[in-house]
Structure formats: structure tokens, C-alpha cells
Design a protein around this ligand. Structure first.
Ligand code: SF4
Ligand code: SF4
Length: 463
């Protein structure tokens, strides 16, 4: 049995005011009995430090909306109401609830419990139109999460052989390609934003602790980062290779943006990089229309890892408002299908990014056909970043972040991944899948709303 993979979350609150959904107000009929201090396990209710005979104002920031204090107050003195600022934060894709969830997950690595049940819609655009088959959850054989069977979330990066060739004497003739293992099906992708060096360093340290990678523009890899080269994937264009040989030499994986040089001569480019060092090569492909064609060509030409990058809402690129464009789940399904038809699917690794905002999106992207995902904005939300969707994405990071030490930022990223890891384990256990590698393309474990809607009602309502 492989060594169990553990993420070590630690309570790491940030001293800044983040969005919250409900405001708790203590009414004047409070008799200061203190019962609410005992029933709230999150310590939202405390006595006033200046005068312990009376209660301090409730601390809404730590409230998890369980409603227990409301129910148990003998005077009905507590009231919760929807906070107006909450609804105006985020946007159509990065909904305020999503931001709040990520922020809280980064606080302690736990999965926030709403306490009031799910009241949202059961379908919607993007990943919300996809449900997973969790039928194993009601079967007595389900024991993976709780001890006896180990659920493995690791993924091997690198080209795979579809068969082995032996000599008549039984000697292995095939050259088995190198692979690199990551313990999570998630890689960090440094967002294209002006980030301070201490945030970048925290991302790298978190990736090292989690045994995964950060994709980082090669120009950002200063001497300070070189000692972390085991967990950095330098990202560069084909024209930049000659100028960064020392960085490539130390890297285990490098990422090259797809351009006409890459498309026209992948074998030559790979040979050039392999002569410099022993790194695996990721080809980064924008998720534009007909990306399937590009991916299939690269896979035919021997690409090891292909990274398909959609926009921050998971939509196809070159679509200003996302209308009429495909979502990441549909793009990846189509790419996967194309590679299966070309009998190439098992040979190449597909990484997908853009719009992966929650742990469930990781599992869903993989069910659609990706081997793993890359994330950027959730890590910024973990640090208190807010996203405002207007003409284009606007991320606002809190000013106080500049003063927050690297270990705190690192731990919050680790916590977030700890929460996601727990949720991915929970989903895999409920689907009866013990290996993350087996999630890839398991669309039989998923139900797509558009398809069942069409199959059920299409005959009645479509001409
Ligand atoms: S339980 Fe109600 S009455 Fe008692 S201190 Fe809390 S708010 Fe006041
Ligand atoms: S609703 Fe629950 S979490 Fe929030 S303050 Fe009351 S008891 Fe605490």
C-alpha cells in the first residue's frame, strides 16, 4: 500500500474584514444571561472586555450560520439578516457564496457546513449543469474514506506507452518515458497579475508542501526562487528557451506556450529542451474554437502534457462576454472524445484550467476527461481577494496582504487544498473510485443536465 498522503491544515485566520452573508444583531431585550456564549462553538458571542456584565457585539465574521444561538436565546434577542454588501460582491460565475466558501476553507482547511441545508437550484450553467453519481454512498461496501481502503489522489505526469515491445529473448525494447508524480490532481498556475514577491514565494512553498507544482513565468524566477526549482514549472515561449537554459536545466517540468513554432516542429522543440535538461514538457494551449484539432495534432506529434486554458469563468477564449462559447466541461469532453477516437488518449496527459473554482470542479473536470487541473484565482480568494465580474475579471487583493508574513499565506493555501482534498476524497469514495487516475473520462459517473433534458423533453418541445 502506498504511503498515505496527508495535508496538515492549521487554523490561520486573517486579521481583515471579509464579506459575510448574514449580520447578527443583538436586540435590546437581551438580558446578558450568556447562554449564546456557550452554544456558539465558533465564539461569535463573548462578554464585553470592558464590562463583563454585558455582552459585546456579536462577531459576525466567525459565524457559520448554524442558527443555534437564534434558537436557544431565551429572549429571542438575536436576529440574523442578509448583508447587503454580500450580494453585490462577485458575479454570475464567481458567486459571493463561492468566494466566502473559499475564504473560510483557507481559514482552517475544514469544509464549511451551512447548517441550513442546500436551498439553491439543482442545475445551472457550466459545472452546475453536471451531477455526479454518488450512489456508493448508500452502499455498505463504502469504506474507503473511513479507513480500510486507501483512496489515492496522485497523478503521474508524462507521456505513457500504449504497449510494450520485447525482444524474442524477453528483453524490454521500449524506452519507458520518465514521469513525475504529483500527490493532488491540482497544480498552481500563477495568475497573470502584479503579485508581490512574497505571495509568489508563498505559492511555491505551498506547492512544495503539497507535493505539486506552480507554473510560473520564467521572467519571475529570480535567484530567490531557484532553490525551489523542484516545484516550479517555468513557463516560457519557444523563443525564450535559449535565454533561460540554466532554469530549464534545473526544472523537472517546463511549460511552453503553443505558437506556430511549436505546432510546426514539436519534435525539434522537445529535442532541444531535452538536450538542456531532463524536464517533462507541457504545451499550453488556449481554449479557443477547434482546440480539439490543435490538441490532437500535438498528441500525434508526441506531446507529453497538454494544458488547455479557458478564461477565468471556464469559457472559451476570444469571447468577450462568454455568450455562445463553450464551457470548460464541454471543451474537455470534446477533446477527450477526439483523443479516444484517434487512439491517443492513454498516451498524453491533459491538464485543464479556467473556471475551476471549487473542489467539485476538479472532480467534474476529470470526469469530463482531464487528468488534472490547474488553478489560480481560488488561491487569491483564499488570501482575501474579491472578484468583480464586469467587462473583464477584476481581482482586488486586500491592502493588508503586503504585511502578512509568508508562512501565514502559505498555510492558507495549504488549508484550502486540505479542504479540497477532503472533498475530492469524499466524492471519490461516494462514487466508488479509489484512484484519481480512474476519474479521467468516467462520464458514466456523471449526469449532464442538457442531455437528460433533451432526451426527456426534446421529443415533446423541439421541432
Ligand atoms: S442568549 Fe440571548 S439573552 Fe442571553 S446573552 Fe445571548 S442574546 Fe442575550
Ligand atoms: S448562528 Fe451559529 S455560528 Fe452563528 S453566531 Fe449563532 S451559534 Fe454561532
Amino acid at each position: 500500500m502506498p504511503k498515505k498522503y496527508h495535508i496538515h491544515p492549521k487554523s490561520t485566520p486573517l486579521e481583515l474584514e471579509y464579506i459575510y452573508k448574514f449580520k447578527i444583531v443583538r436586540g435590546e431585550n437581551c438580558i446578558n444571561c450568556g447562554k449564546c456564549t456557550k452554544v456558539c462553538i465558533y465564539q461569535a458571542h463573548k462578554r464585553s472586555e470592558a464590562d463583563p456584565r454585558i455582552m459585546a457585539d456579536p462577531n459576525t465574521v466567525v459565524c457559520r450560520n448554524c442558527f443555534r444561538c437564534i434558537q436557544e436565546c431565551p429572549r429571542g434577542a438575536l436576529e440574523k439578516s442578509l448583508e447587503k454588501v454580500f450580494a453585490s460582491t462577485g458575479g454570475a460565475y464567481w458567486k459571493p457564496d463561492m468566494l466566502l466558501t473559499l475564504y473560510k476553507q483557507a481559514e482552517d482547511g475544514a469544509v464549511p457546513v451551512s447548517g441550513a441545508g442546500y436551498r439553491g437550484p439543482f442545475t445551472g450553467p457550466g459545472f452546475d449543469g453536471m451531477w455526479t453519481d454518488m450512489s456508493e454512498i448508500v452502499r455498505p461496501t463504502r469504506d474507503g474514506i473511513h479507513g480500510r481502503e486507501y483512496i489515492n489522489t496522485s497523478i503521474d505526469l508524462g507521456r505513457k506507452l500504449n504497449h510494450l515491445v520485447f525482444s524474442p529473448e524477453g528483453q524490454l525494447l521500449s524506452k519507458v518515458p520518465d514521469t513525475v508524480e504529483v500527490s493532488l490532481p491540482i497544480i498552481f498556475d500563477m495568475p497573470a497579475l502584479k503579485l508581490s514577491p512574497h505571495i509568489k514565494l508563498a505559492m511555491v512553498k505551498a506547492a512544495a508542501e503539497l507535493n505539486t507544482f506552480v507554473i510560473m513565468p520564467v521572467a519571475d524566477i529570480t535567484a530567490d526562487f531557484e532553490k525551489h526549482s523542484d516545484n516550479i514549472v517555468p513557463r516560457l515561449t519557444s523563443a525564450e528557451i535559449d535565454g533561460h537554459k540554466e532554469i530549464i536545466k534545473k526544472a523537472r517540468v517546463v511549460a511552453v506556450d503553443c505558437d506556430s513554432t511549436v505546432l510546426g516542429g514539436l519534435a525539434a522543440l522537445q529535442e532541444k529542451i531535452k538536450k538542456i535538461g531532463n524536464a517533462l514538457i507541457v504545451i499550453r494551449v488556449p481554449a479557443v474554437k477547434e482546440v480539439e484539432y490543435t490538441v490532437a495534432k500535438l498528441a500525434h506529434d508526441g506531446a507529453e502534457i497538454i494544458h488547455i486554458v479557458a478564461d477565468y469563468r471556464g469559457q472559451e477564449l476570444n469571447s468577450p462576454d462568454g455568450s455562445g462559447s463553450r464551457h470548460l466541461k464541454d471543451i474537455i469532453r470534446s477533446v477527450h472524445q477526439r483523443l479516444v477516437e484517434d487512439k491517443l488518449r492513454d498516451e498524453v496527459i491533459i491538464m485543464a484550467s479556467g473556471g475551476v473554482a471549487l473542489a467539485e470542479h476538479v472532480a467534474k473536470t476529470m470526469l469530463c476527461g482531464a487528468d488534472l487541473t490547474a488553478i489560480d484565482l481560488p488561491l487569491m480568494v483564499a488570501l482575501g481577494g474579491r472578484i468583480y465580474e464586469e467587462q473583464q475579471q477584476i481581482l482586488v487583493l486586500p491592502e493588508q496582504l503586503a504585511k502578512i508574513p509568508v508562512p501565514v499565506i502559505t498555510q492558507r493555501m495549504v488549508n484550502l487544498m486540505g479542504a479540497w482534498h477532503s472533498q475530492i476524497l469524499e466524492m471519490m469514495g461516494a462514487m466508488g473510485i479509489r484512484e484519481a487516475r480512474r476519474l479521467r473520462g468516467e462520464s458514466g459517473r456523471a449526469i449532464f443536465f442538457e442531455e437528460i433534458d433533451r432526451d426527456t423533453f426534446g421529443k415533446l418541445f423541439l421541432k
